[in-house]
Design a protein around this ligand. Structure first.
Ligand code: ADP
Ligand code: MG
Length: 374
């Protein structure tokens, strides 16, 4: 029997847990062409939520088409135009002949250069010569709106890991251009999401940035404990094993309710269980996860200064008032200004997450490892 738990892949369908309110809010936005901005640390469930919502909306409403692009895989403006055009055309035409015609119709002016892969229906690329006199970026950026208009559709363009736009060569000019074109779109909605909270906040909450007030900003929270516990209990029983509610709760507690790690710990516990899960099996599974990652954690710690490590130790022990004189002294943290600087660095390194004045480890298993080691 296969494990009912998944991690590291987008969770949709029967593996998707709850998030009813978030789905409602996002689908309202999608159905009304309102732009959405979704922010959370990595592996909390943004990609899964957007995919699941898109699935539900398009099932009810075939006139709404979804187009997905991941900025993680896009390194330059040029690459963006190519992938953007290809994905928009793919998501709005069903047949090979149709998209060839669309590419000609809608992009003729910018002289696209089309190449095919092994499967011409799904696998084709569109290239542009950006230095050509005919190239006009606005034509590409207007593509969804033009197609939506002509085909009487609505389009939702979903851009994952959007903060990576900051790595382009002229990020500000590019953002200005996107915003200036997209703000006039009526039949197209945009869903922009990303994991680096501080970078996303800078893009969307800073009044001097082009994307300020572009749409509905949502900060994704963790999944409520009871939904996760129900899911674990049900998944065990559907696979001829069992786990009691309080043991399933222990699983969620060990990893601080982090969606990815709850799934992973549930998976390891499930694998280690024949029959009925016990607290000992869960504890053993936690240790297995810590051991499994310890090389990685050693590497992370090797890249830190002594004081940065001290700060992590203080956080892992639950210290909240890190600037207090007693805490500075007890953990040898230096000055209070130093602590503030280190918090920023550790956030940029994606080790900790700062939100509403709370400091948490992005990886709850790393915290457990630190507690074990120091
Ligand atoms: N709603 C959900 N139901 C079940 N598992 C989830 C859910 N959201 C997230 N997860 C778990 O977290 C992991 C990471 O989710 P993902 O959507 O890739 O996060 P993000 O895009 O924020 O990095 C998934 O592989 C899954 O294990
Ligand atoms: Mg993601």
């Amino acid at each position: 029997m296969n494990s009912p738990f998944i991690f590291g892949k987008v969770a949709t369908g029967t593996s998707f847990i709850n998030r009813k309110e978030e789905i409602k809010r996002l689908s309202d936005n999608f159905q009304n062409q309102l732009n959405s901005i979704l922010i959370s640390p990595r592996r909390w469930g943004k990609s899964s939520l957007v995919k699941q919502t898109a699935y539900e909306v398009s099932k009810k409403n075939p006139g709404i088409r979804f187009c997905f692009l991941d900025f993680f895989r896009i390194r330059s403006e040029e690459e963006f135009y190519q992938k953007f055009a290809a994905e928009i055309i793919k998501s709005t035409s069903t047949k090979f002949e149709e998209w060839i015609a669309d590419a000609k119709d809608f992009l003729g002016r910018v002289s696209p250069n089309i190449t095919f892969g092994t499967d011409p229906v799904n696998d084709f690329q569109i290239g542009f010569n950006l230095s050509s006199r005919n190239f006009n970026a606005e034509d590409i950026l207007n593509l969804p709106e033009k197609i939506a208009d002509k085909k009487n559709l609505n389009i939702v363009v979903c851009l994952d890991e959007f903060q990576n736009i900051g790595n382009f060569s002229e990020p500000l000019a590019f953002q200005k251009l996107l915003r200036s074109v997209w703000q006039y779109h009526q039949k197209t909605g945009y869903c922009l999401y990303g994991s680096k909270r501080h970078m996303m906040m800078e893009l969307f909450e800073n009044s001097s940035m082009p994307f300020y007030k572009f749409g509905d900003v949502m900060f994704l929270q963790k999944i409520a404990r009871e939904h996760f516990v129900d899911f674990i209990v049900k998944s065990f029983s559907e696979t001829e094993k069992s786990i009691e509610v309080d043991i399933a709760e222990k699983i969620t507690q060990h990893v601080d309710l982090h969606p990815y790690f709850v799934q992973q710990l549930a998976h390891v516990t499930w694998t280690n269980t024949t029959g009925k899960a016990t607290e000992e099996i869960v504890d053993h599974s936690v240790n297995e996860m810590i051991d499994h990652n310890s090389m990685l954690y050693r590497q992370i710690v090797n890249g830190l200064s002594e004081t940065q490590l001290n700060l992590l130790i203080a956080i892992s022990k639950g210290e909240t008032n890190l600037n207090a004189a007693g805490v500075l002294q007890k953990f040898a943290l230096g000055t209070s200004g130093n602590v503030t600087k280190m918090k920023r660095t550790l956030q940029e390194k994606e080790i900790i997450d700062l939100s509403n004045g709370n400091i948490t480890f992005q990886d709850p298993v790393f915290r457990l490892w630190i507690l074990r080691m120091f």
